[in-house]
Design a binder for this molecule. Structure first.
Ligand SMILES: N[C@@H](CCC(=O)N[C@@H](CS)C(=O)NCC(=O)O)C(=O)O
Length: 211
């Protein structure tokens, strides 16, 4: 049994999707951002960064969405969220997970949380730099999918695609959302047709960019 501490539409989304893909029994604990519960003493004992997601595995808390995705993939090989250990595709899988979380995850965090960079609102040059960093990453992914799709690892779906899906949704209100790139648009539609996505949107109450 897993317990996922989550908040709708946030970085917990990829872990929620992975649990649904696996079909693993889990309990959801909503962390109420409107009450700043992520910074309460009780939650900080589970996650000293005061962020979601946190996943309790056999009673022990773990954090960082990409790490949680990899841990779940490894614990449930039958769900095929990761290619077999030692295979060339497994190497691609590590590469793309690291790419998404570094190139996109960290830039999105700064985009949505200006106080992380020391101001209430980004000065225009910072906003512009973050926008460019995110768009450069999307251009690279779009070219990769156009040449090697339909999934990030080729013909087989994997957990990397769940991570990509989360970041695509986060871009929906940006000056240039991920779906403005043709291969990414096709990919987003393919991924949004998955039952795990539909179920997750239903449970988390997400209607925008759901379909
Ligand atoms: N690198 C972390 C980022 C987690 C993160 O930034 N979570 C946000 C929601 S998307 C959060 O908890 N924000 C609340 C806050 O910082 O107060 C991960 O991928 O798990």
């Amino acid at each position: 049994m897993y317990t996922l501490y989550y908040s709708p539409g946030t970085a917990s989304m990829v872990v929620h999707l992975a649990l649904l893909e696996i079909g693993a029994p889990h309990r959801l604990e909503r962390v109420d951002f409107s009450r700043d519960s992520q910074r309460g003493a009780e939650y900080l004992r589970l996650n000293p960064r005061g962020q979601v997601p946190t996943l309790l595995i056999d009673g022990k808390p773990y954090f960082e969405s990409a790490a949680l995705l990899m841990i779940l993939a490894e614990r449930h090989p039958e769900a095929r969220l990761a290619p077999p250990l030692g295979s060339p595709l497994r190497a691609d899988w590590y590469q793309w997970i690291a790419f998404f979380t570094n190139a996109l995850g960290s830039a999105f965090r700064c985009w949505f949380y200006p106080p992380d960079l020391g101001s209430d609102e980004h000065p225009p040059f910072v906003r512009e730099a973050l926008r460019r960093k995110i768009e450069d990453a999307w251009s690279l992914v779009d070219a990769h999918l156009a040449a090697h799709g339909p999934y990030m690892l080729g013909v087989e779906f994997s957990g990397v695609d769940l991570l990509a899906l989360m970041y695509m949704r986060w871009s929906r209100n940006m000056p240039r959302p991920a779906t403005a790139w043709p291969a990414l648009k096709k990919y987003a539609d393919l991924m949004r047709a998955r039952p795990s996505w539909r179920r997750m949107c239903e449970i988390e109450g997400l209607t925008e960019w759901a379909a």
